[in-house]
Design a protein around this ligand. Sequence first.
Ligand code: ZN
Length: 134
Amino acid sequence: MSEPRPISPADRTTAPFWDATTQRRLVIQRCDACDAYQHYPRSFCIACEANDPPFVEASGRASIVSFSIVHRAPHPAFEAPYAVALVRLDEGPTLLTNIVTGDLDAIRCDQRVTLIWEELPDGRALPLFTPEGT
Ligand code: ZN
């Protein structure tokens, strides 16, 4: 990549997520009141509206719900072609990410994927996924 990806700064709600990425830990919220998981981070539970659901570590295993192969990069940080995908974590929530593989044509919906990390210049990291067994 010729320059870093544009990444939003952490705020009060997303800081625990970003802090965990500095240790290469993927965390999602799990509500103490109703046990619902959610991602992206929010200041309340989307199932029962309890405030500030705590973060727990996710397994890092997921399945592809949908994906698209991008052939024209929208920003110099992205090198086309690449795969953008919505994956469903084994805990339930979905996460928008990239599938990193040498064979973009082999990506399929329902394919099992596992977590890998892309380091960012500031010490944080992005959770990306790669097909299981590769
Ligand atoms: Zn809840």
